[in-house]
Design a binder for this molecule. Structure first.
Ligand SMILES: NC(=O)c1ccc[n+]([C@@H]2O[C@H](COP(=O)([O-])OP(=O)(O)OC[C@H]3O[C@@H](n4cnc5c(N)ncnc54)[C@H](OP(=O)(O)O)[C@@H]3O)[C@@H](O)[C@H]2O)c1
Length: 253
């Protein structure tokens, strides 16, 4: 286990799922961690679970006022941070014919607008030589039925990541993304689905992933920490953590 003593990390969308797993991994290695979520109750549960070395804050990624308040909090309490992990995400399983203006806007507000303005407001607080890691999705380069708005929203995040990598290179700040495939998290990354639909979605993941299983949250956390701290000559990269799913592998018969 690496030692992250003295490192300061902000994880947006860190109150459950893979962001929470990343926070736990960092805390057990000595880092100071701030996590955010939009739901007051889940923020309180995360604070209790992460303990006093962590701070869990309610901050809605769709609200510019909340993002600015988050930046002000980080500036006042941490000064500068070594890593900002922009992990908030939201997806519905919704065929194009069923998409409404409301669901389109919600998906783009949370995934795209939230990621963009979080990066804009927080990047001045990243130390020179530090890092930003976004969470995208392999959906952004695939064609999964029912994931049109989500795929488009995450593809935009991938584009933002590359531009920010160029803009922050003069400060030695590396900007990358982790791109998960099917990962076992409490929500599986999808909202508003029935238990049966979720089970079907899970079965699909196991069937089509070359490694024939879901990824674990810790496996994504490992990739985030690699990009954040170890990959010192890597910027503008999107690292897939997907059991080979996005790489057109042909398995032996
Ligand atoms: N699980 C997968 O298989 C998978 C695959 C590919 C990509 N991803 C992406 O990976 C990331 C993490 O996914 P996950 O499955 O671990 O968990 P998740 O259900 O997507 O939630 C992750 C976090 O985002 C927070 N969040 C959601 N909306 C928010 C908002 N408006 N403002 C602030 N925080 C918000 C949640 O807190 P609250 O509940 O309090 O809002 C939670 O802390 C997401 O970006 C997701 O799109 C997931």
């Amino acid at each position: 286990m690496k030692n992250y003593q003295g490192k300061k990390v902000l994880i947006t969308g860190g109150t459950h799922g893979m962001g929470f797993a990343t926070a736990q991994m960092l805390l057990s290695a000595g880092a100071e961690v701030i996590v955010t979520g939009s739901n007051e109750q889940r923020v309180a549960v995360a604070q209790e679970a992460l303990g006093k070395e962590a701070v869990a804050l309610r901050s809605d990624a769709t609200s510019m006022a909340d993002i600015q308040a988050l930046a002000a909090y980080v500036k006042a309490h941490a000064g500068q941070v070594d890593l900002v992990h922009i992990n908030v995400g939201f997806s519905l399983l919704e065929l194009t014919a069923a998409v409404t203006e409301e669901s389109y806007d919600k998906t783009f507000d949370i995934n795209t607008k939230g990621a963009f303005f979080t990066a804009q407001q927080l990047s001045p607080l990243v130390k020179d030589g530090g890092a930003i890691v976004f969470t995208t999705s392999i959906a952004n380069t695939s064609g999964y039925a029912g994931m049109g708005t989500y795929s488009g929203a995450k593809a935009a995040v991938s584009a933002f990541m590359k531009v920010l990598a160029a803009e922050l290179a003069p400060r030695g700040i590396r900007v990358n993304a982790v791109s998960p495939g099917f990962i076992s998290t409490p929500t599986m990354g999808v909202s508003g689905v029935s238990a049966a639909e979720l089970a079907q979605f899970e079965a699909l993941g196991n069937a089509i992933t070359p490694m024939k299983r879901h990824g674990r949250m810790e496996e994504v956390a490992n990739a985030v920490l690699f990009l954040g701290f170890e990959a010192t000559f890597t910027t503008a990269a999107e690292l897939t953590v997907d059991g080979g799913l996005s790489h057109r592998l042909t398995l032996p018969s």
